[in-house]
Design a protein around this ligand. Structure first.
Ligand code: 9D3
Length: 272
C-alpha cells in the first residue's frame, strides 16, 4: 500500500475524515470510451465518493488546424499514421496548468515497462497521474520526452492505448483508501502475496456432479487456511513457474514453501 513516512509525495489529510483525492487526467482521442469505466463498479463508486477525480481530455481539442489533425504520415515512409507531437504536448501543458501539483506523466505504449502490481502500488501513492493513450501506428518519438515513464500492460497488440489506460487507472483506483468495501478488502492479498488465488466455492454444495471440498465445510479455520495456502502454492507451481521461482526465493529462509520444494510442477488433478 502507501509507502511509509511523511514526505511531499504523501497526500495529507485535510481533516480527520477527508483525504485529498487522487487526480487522474486521461489524454485520449476517444473520451467516450471512458464513460462506462468512470461510472461503473468500484471506479464509479470511488468517483462518486470523491476518492478519485478522473478528468478526460480530448487530444483533438489541441489540434491547430480546422480539421482537427493530430496525426501525419511517417518521415522515411511506411504504412500507418504517426501521432503528432504538438497536440499531445499542448494537451499535457493544459492539464498540468489546471492543477497546482504537477502530475506524473505516463505514456501507455507497447514498448513500455510491463505493468506489475508493485508499480501499481507505487503509483497509487501519488497525488496526480496524467495518462496518455495513443491510437495510431505510433507516437512521434519526441512525445516520449513529455513522459516520466512508459508502461505496457503485456505482450499483445491492441489497437490503441485506451484500454491500457483503463487497466492502469482501475488498478490504481481500487487501492485508494475507502475504494473497496469490507467484502472486497485487499487484506488477504498481502497474506498470499506472490501466489495465485486458491479455489473458491459458493452454494450449492453440489452441482453437476461436483462437490465442495470437505475441509471448507469443516468449520476448522486453521485447517481451511492451511488448505487454501497449499492450493495457492500448487496452483502457482502448475500455472506460473515464473511466479513460483520468485516466491521460493522470497521465502527461502522460511519452511513454508512446501508442498513441493522442487522445480517440477505436480500434475494438475482437476481443471475448472
Ligand atoms: C504495426 C506496428 N505495431 C507493432 C506491433 C505498433 C503498435 C502501435 C500501437 C502496436 C499497438 C499499438 C497500440 N497499443 C497501445 O497503444 C498500447 C498497448 C498494447 O498494444 N499492448 C499492451 N500494452 C499497451 S499500452 C499501449
Amino acid at each position: 500500500m502507501r509507502a511509509g513516512g511523511i514526505g511531499p509525495s504523501v497526500r495529507m489529510p485535510l481533516r480527520a475524515d477527508a483525504v485529498m483525492a487522487l487526480r487522474i487526467d486521461i489524454l485520449t482521442l476517444f473520451v467516450e470510451m471512458f464513460d462506462a469505466f468512470c461510472s461503473t463498479s468500484i471506479v464509479g463508486r470511488s468517483v462518486e465518493r470523491d476518492l478519485v477525480d478522473v478528468q478526460r481530455t480530448n487530444i483533438r481539442d489541441f489540434a491547430t488546424d480546422s480539421y482537427g489533425t493530430v496525426d501525419d504520415a511517417p518521415f522515411g515512409g511506411g504504412v500507418g499514421m504517426v501521432m503528432m507531437y504538438q497536440p499531445v504536448c499542448d494537451a499535457v501543458a493544459h492539464v498540468q496548468s489546471r492543477h497546482p501539483t504537477p502530475g506524473e506523466v505516463i505514456l501507455l505504449s507497447p514498448q513500455g515497462a510491463p505493468l506489475k502490481q508493485a508499480t501499481v502500488e507505487e503509483l497509487a501513492g501519488k497525488d496526480r497521474l496524467i495518462l496518455i493513450a495513443g491510437h495510431y501506428e505510433g507516437f512521434d518519438e519526441r512525445i516520449r520526452t513529455l513522459a516520466d515513464r512508459e508502461i505496457s500492460i503485456g505482450d499483445f497488440v491492441m489497437s490503441g492505448g485506451e484500454i491500457a489506460a483503463m487497466a492502469l487507472a482501475d488498478a490504481v483506483i481500487r487501492l485508494q483508501p475507502g475504494a473497496l468495501g469490507k467484502d472486497e478488502s485487499t487484506h488477504e492479498e498481502s497474506f498470499s502475496a506472490g501466489l495465485l488465488e486458491y479455489p473458491h466455492y459458493t452454494r450449492p454444495r453440489e452441482i453437476a456432479g461436483m462437490s465442495v471440498p470437505d475441509v471448507l465445510l469443516s468449520g476448522d479455520h486453521a485447517r481451511i487456511a492451511a488448505w487454501r495456502l497449499e492450493q495457492a502454492k500448487l496452483r502457482t507451481q502448475q500455472r506460473r513457474p515464473d511466479l513460483w521461482q520468485q516466491y521460493k526465493q522470497q521465502h527461502s529462509n522460511q519452511r513454508d514453501v512446501a508442498p513441493d520444494e522442487g522445480d517440477t510442477p505436480p500434475q494438475e488433478q482437476d481443471r475448472e
